[in-house]
Ligand binder design. Structure first.
Ligand code: AMP
Ligand code: MN
Ligand code: MN
Ligand code: MN
Length: 277
């Protein structure tokens, strides 16, 4: 039987809505045979996910999606096949948790200036032991009736340049790639099209990423047209990077994105799982 891969998704430990075990169950129902759980900046969901995966006979790849800063901009690096008990990575995750916590306080203050009260209490309660993300703020703004969708929450308040945006210094790109490699993992540039880089910047980023030891880019992500897939394949080939495939699933309410529902990787691209066997 052919394997079905989905190497990028989120649980309630970061900004997804499903528990790690429910997420794994859903993936299995959707026909996924190899799943990577890649919560933002944390490995805390992997133990629970692993129990369900073992029960269901699904192969779970231990993953993480690290927030990094490069040239003053935030990028996401997925780490695949990491040793999730590698102590420095667990400590790094604590450091990122604190950065997120402090950023959340400042986002809440900015919302208060717009006379939107109570955000801090709501998001810290919603995130619980997990990571506080801007998605939590978006959900709070929806619940309170300020916006109708997450998209609107980002467009009106949370995105760069909007009233409640807080610029954040994450860890360096170099540091992020290094941590992933030291934890035995493969560093993958997540959703390369989402950063809105022109060709010159994209080439610069990929050159640096490759030099630092990055090994793959997401050639296939959630919603992509064939031109976008071609463009990503072109970059993968040009920079001799393997290709990854991941839905970036967060929430079953998003009708456009489902676990395992992804285009196939073009044949000319070396699949990232060939680096993991
Ligand atoms: P954070 O890492 O806390 O800055 O939150 C980033 C997360 O917010 C991303 O991983 C997405 O899940 C979500 N996000 C970012 N931009 C948007 C958007 N325009 N609409 C909906 N969700 C978004
Ligand atoms: Mn997210
Ligand atoms: Mn991301
Ligand atoms: Mn993601």
């Amino acid at each position: 039987m052919l394997d079905c891969y989905d190497l990028h998704c989120h649980s309630i430990i970061s900004d997804g809505s499903l528990s790690p075990s429910t997420l794994v169950q859903r993936a299995a129902r959707q026909g996924v045979t190899v799943l990577a759980l890649t919560d933002h900046d944390t490995v805390a969901g992997l133990a629970e996910a692993q129990i369900s995966a073992t029960q269901l006979g699904l192969r779970l790849i231990h993953g993480i999606e690290l927030s990094v800063t490069w040239q003053m901009q935030c990028f996401h690096i997925v780490g695949l096949n990491i040793d999730s008990s590698y102590e420095p990575l667990v400590q790094l995750s604590q450091q990122l948790r604190l950065i997120r916590y402090q950023r959340a306080e400042r986002i809440a203050e900015k919302l208060e200036k717009k006379r939107i009260m109570g955000a801090w209490e709501a998001v810290s309660k919603a995130a619980g032991e997990g990571m506080i993300t801007r998605t939590h703020f978006a959900d709070f703004l929806i619940t309170q009736g300020y916006v109708r969708s997450q998209q609107e929450a980002f467009n009106c308040y949370l995105a760069k340049g909007k009233a409640a945006y807080v610029a954040t210094m994450w860890i360096d790109l170099a540091q992020g790639v290094q941590w992933i490699k030291q934890a035995g993992g493969i560093a993958v540039l997540a959703h390369p099209l989402r950063y809105q880089l022109n060709a010159k910047w994209m080439r610069w980023l990929l050159t640096e990423f490759k030099t630092l030891g990055g090994e793959a880019i997401e050639v296939i992500t959630g919603r992509m047209n064939s031109d976008e897939i071609k463009l990503m394949s072109h970059y993968a080939t040009q920079f001799e990077l393997a290709g990854s495939v991941g839905s970036d699933f967060h929430n079953p309410n998003n009708q456009w994105i489902e676990l395992g529902r992804l285009a196939t990787l073009p044949k000319i691209i070396r699949p990232v799982w060939h680096l993991m066997d």
